[in-house]
Design a protein around this ligand. Structure first.
Ligand code: SAM
Length: 231
């Protein structure tokens, strides 16, 4: 049996590439985006009542990780990338039907647009459905997951003398909490778990329209080197 689904909207996100996106929503509250609804859902009727809700579930397509051949086992980055698990035991992006789900904060509701924060979604992500978070049903006090019991331990993020004023300047221009976004995302330590980076290796990622570059003076410490317009 086959079904066809079509997006109800597209996310415009601070994240322009997969690298350095947090592994789950809520890990970077400063990660913001706009869900632009597509016709016929771009009318006020489709979101009437949603202003009474603080968080929504987004069901979306991992559009940059779609594969023809289903995998039964995957190697989650959280487990260091060298241990394989059944695909249904993980939240890996490579999965049957390529469907992801995230609970995100609803900052605002406008006809045709939802303003979001705490997202873990790439720019351009197609959203298949939106549902209100229902605390009494969705928050399970005694839930356990032995593979992912707690949020990853954040690592220290420091700034070079040049980088912090650069980030503040771009934050003002963008009207976005860019300093917080950089600190929250880099504290998740985006490098692959197996990499021990030499101190002179520079990493970079694009957030909004700026390039953020950093290095690891020590393996458990990040120093932001510069925040410059993306060329
Ligand atoms: N919260 C979702 C879930 O549990 O289904 C996503 C979890 S998945 C482990 C998070 C990663 O998905 C992010 O770190 C990012 O690199 C990747 N990602 C986000 N949006 C994507 C997209 N549209 N296509 C492919 N990968 C994406």
């Amino acid at each position: 049996m086959q079904h066809t689904v079509s997006p109800v909207g597209i996310v415009r996100s601070c994240f322009k590439e997969k690298f350095a996106i947090p592994r789950q929503p809520q890990l970077a509250p400063a990660a913001r985006g706009v869900l632009e609804l597509l016709p016929p859902f771009d009318q006020g009727d489709a979101v009437a009542g949603l202003e009474q809700v603080s968080h929504v579930w987004l069901l979306f397509l991992f559009h940059q990780a779609l594969e023809d051949k289903p995998r039964l086992k995957v190697r989650p980055p959280r487990l260091g990338g060298n241990k394989s698990m059944g695909v249904f035991a993980t939240r890996a992006t490579h999965r049957p039907n390529g469907i992801g789900q995230s609970v995100v904060r609803l900052e605002g509701v406008e006809a045709g647009r939802l303003l979001l924060s705490g997202i873990d979604l790439l720019d351009g992500t197609p959203v298949l459905d939106i549902k209100p978070y229902v605390p009494y049903a969705d928050c399970i006090d005694d839930a356990t997951n032995q593979m992912a019991s707690d949020a990853p331990e954040p690592i220290a993020v420091t700034w070079s003398e040049a980088a912090l004023p650069q980030a503040h300047t771009h934050a003002l221009r963008l009207r976005e909490p860019l300093v917080e976004l950089i600190e929250q995302c880099l504290a998740q330590d985006p490098r692959p778990a197996y990499q021990v980076p030499p101190a002179d290796r520079v990493y970079g990622v694009k957030f909004w329209d700026v390039q953020v570059r950093w290095h690891y003076p020590k393996p458990d410490q990040i120093r932001v080197l510069e925040v410059v317009p993306d060329a």
